[in-house]
Write a protein of this length. Structure first.
Length: 173
């Protein structure tokens, strides 16, 4: 079973991160870590192992645990900068550091725009290390009609990057 960490590091866009987690198939072992600014009450029926961001000794902080991929959605510029500089001062940044050292899939969905030159420099550095920078950017060929359709499109694209089959959006024909 694939193990995937969904990390939520910014207050803006938390629902998109939670929806990404919710739509992951049951064939995936799900782990969630949220920063203090994004902590909310989780639905008790959500099948997820939640880790607290200040618990640096959690299983997902170790390469030997065998996480397959991590997506940080939304990813604050603060979290992105820490990852780019190798700062592992909480569970989100430590887990991202493990993904880098183990050469596992790490996807960041930065949520702020416009991007500053510093943010772009950090994204470039991370992309050169194999990190996938995938901000929530719309494409109009899938003919979204609602906010939910737009969210499904974004999550579908992220699932594509994670190798998770989905029918969340209309594909290019």
């Amino acid at each position: 079973m694939k193990k995937i960490v969904v990390a939520i590091s910014g207050a803006s866009g938390v629902n998109l991160g939670l929806k990404t987690l919710r739509l992951l198939p049951d064939t995936v072992e799900k782990h969630l870590v949220m920063s203090h600014n994004s902590e909310i009450v989780l639905d008790k029926e959500m099948q997820v192992t939640q880790h607290f961001n200040d618990t640096i000794s959690a299983s997902i902080a170790s390469g030997s645990f065998g996480v397959d991929a991590m997506i940080i959605v939304p990813c604050s510029m603060n979290t992105l900068a820490k990852i780019a500089c190798g700062i592992s001062d909480n569970l989100i940044t430590r887990c991202a550091s493990v993904m880098l050292k183990e050469q596992k899939k790490l996807i960041l969905a930065p949520r702020e725009m416009p991007f500053s030159a510093i943010a772009l420099e950090n994204m470039h550095k991370l992309a050169s290390l194999g990190v996938v920078i995938a901000p929530p950017v719309m494409a109009y060929y899938s003919e979204q009609q609602s906010l939910e359709d737009m969210e499904d499109f974004l999550i579908g694209k992220w699932f594509d990057l994670l190798g998770i089959e989905n029918n969340l959006y209309k594909r290019w024909e």
